[in-house]
Every structure is written in structure tokens, then in C-alpha cells.
Design a protein around this ligand. Sequence first.
Ligand SMILES: *Cc1c(COP(=O)(O)O)cnc(C)c1O
Length: 360
Amino acid sequence: MSADACRLTVDLDALAANHAALKLEAGAAEVAPVVKADAYGLGAEAVSGRLWAEGARRFFVARLVEGERLRRQLGAARPAVIYVLDGCTEGAAARLLAADLIPVLNSAEQIGCWQAAGQRPSTLMLDTGLHRLGLNPEEAAAFAASAPAVDLVMSHLACADQPNHPMNRQQRDRFLALAALYPTAKRSLAASDGLFLGQGFAFDMVRTGICLYGGGPEGRPDPRIRPVVTFEAPILQVRTLQPGDVAGYGAAFTAEREMQVAVAAAGYADGVLRAAFPRAYGSVAGRPAPVIGRISMDLTLFDVTGCPDAHPGAMIEIIGPNAPIDRVAHEAGTIAYELLTRLGARTPRTYLGLAPAGAA
Ligand SMILES: *Cc1c(COP(=O)(O)O)cnc(C)c1O
């Protein structure tokens, strides 16, 4: 089969398998998928539809608009609980209510904003040391004294990708102390990496993103987590370089020997991170093909010397089972989260295992 465009394939069966693996790890705790940033670039509609079919009933997004869109996408037949991590920002209350979204309240100011709309604060973010969003300990204590009937309190770990980091225990201890101010509330501390720190971190609910989408705990490929995304680019041309020939912008690469170079139709506008040169490599029919020269907007060059399958129309795997997202991200000096959210601006997604529309 020959192809003339990039292919971005999202394997929803693998997503479902990862969801099951996380549920196993979580024990009695609920696994609540985080589908912010269009489900990390995989498509929130397809992802949340499949996860609903797998039994997920609570979802997290970051922005109000993401919540509104997710509510429309799930529709009346799938009445999920949707939390908005940004919380109740100025003027947001009416829209949160209209779309039946739950703001995760991050400050005394946000609590006031939600109460001013006649609403009971139900869900709080408590800051336990990340110093990003969340009530500080004084605010948490003051609010508990006035209105302790809260449904869910949560916090977020700073260093969960480093199991031995002292902050993990420290934040857990602080979370226990602050959560005790709200004795009837359910508790949630862990995201993906936190879940793998052990049962002492799972509490009542884990908010998982990256491990659903194929990223391993600690930013490393992990046998428990299946790859979900495959990104392939077609080879447009194969050419021969002689020793001393340069390739790509800035003449940043010089051939030291005769070599075969494939020009593939994907560049940084498609999510091939420019910082990936000089460390990255793709895969042609399972054989490694190092990236050579600077990645340009539409094109990337690969060394395919000794790859008999490299010919115009053949596909180079840039992300996938042979090029795991954690490894590819690392080669570009970043993390799987950033890699995934930069895919798909120009490439339509193909889904495997799509849930039937409106499936309950
Ligand atoms: C993004 C986010 C998550 C999900 O994190 P993963 O590491 O992708 O599992 C959970 N909680 C909060 C507050 C977040 O911002």
C-alpha cells in the first residue's frame, strides 16, 4: 500500500487496556480519566466515548471551554461528572452551571465566586507544596470551619515521577492533615505517576492522563502500559549522499560515508519536535533510521542506509510500538505529555476500536 500523507492512528483498544491496567493498580480507588487538551491530543470525543463504554464516569478537563465541549460530545445519554481544574474564574459560574460542570475550587476567591452564584462548593484543590493551584493551609482551615460539607478534596504531587523523592511523603502527610478538616469528603491525590507510588497514594480517586495514553510511569516505557498512538510519515524520495555532502538547513549534517537518505513528509508542523535532531530515530519496517539534519516544517530526513524497505511511498514510524513516546520525547529533551499534545495539527486521526456513537 502506498500513502501520500502522514498517518496518526489512535488505538482505543490499547487505551481500554491501559484503563484496565490502571484500575487493577488502583484497587478500590476510582480511576477518573483526565481528558484535558483534547485528551492530550488524541481526541477527547473518541477517548471519553470509549472510556465511558469501559465504565469511566468522572472526567477532568482544565478549561471551561473544554468542559462545555466534552458535555456536548458525551450528550444527554452519557451524563458523566465533569470537573474543570481551572475552577470558578471570574464570570464563569453561569457557564459552568449551564453545562453542568463542577469547578475544582482553587482559592478563597474562587469559593466566593461560586457561592455568589448560589452554589455549594463541592470540590476543592488543596495546595500541599506544589505551589501551583489550590487553597493554602490557612484558607483550607478557615473554609472548613465555616462549611465543612465538601464532596471531594484533592491535591497534586510535584515529584511523583521520582519515587524516592522526599516530597512525595511530605505532600501525602500534608494532604492527610488538610483532608482531615473535611471528614466527609472523598480524597484524591495521585495522577498517573502517583498511582504507581503504591496504595498509600491512591485514596478514593486517581486522576489519570498520561498512562492511559501510553506513557509509562517515571517517564519510561513500561510493560504494563501499551502504546496507543502511532505516527507515521510517507517517504517522498530516497537519495544518495556522498562523503562530504551536507543535508538540511544550516548544513548541520555532513555525510561521512556514502549513505541512503529518505525524505519523509512530516516536520515540526506535524509534531516532529525540532529539538529531536540529532538524537532521534524512526523505524522503517522495524529497522532503526536515525534522523539526520535539521527538522524542517514539512520534512524530516532519515538515514535509511541498509533498509531495503525504504522506498517512496513506504512509511517511516516516528512514534509507535518501535518508537515509544517516552523514548522519542526524551530524545527531544521533553516529556511524552508535550510530544502528544503537539501532534495532529495537520494530520487527521484514525481510530481503532471506536465506540459506537451514543453507546452506554
Ligand atoms: C494533568 C493533571 C492530571 C493528570 O496527570 P497525568 O500525569 O497525566 O496522569 C491530574 N491532576 C491534575 C491536577 C492535573 O493537572
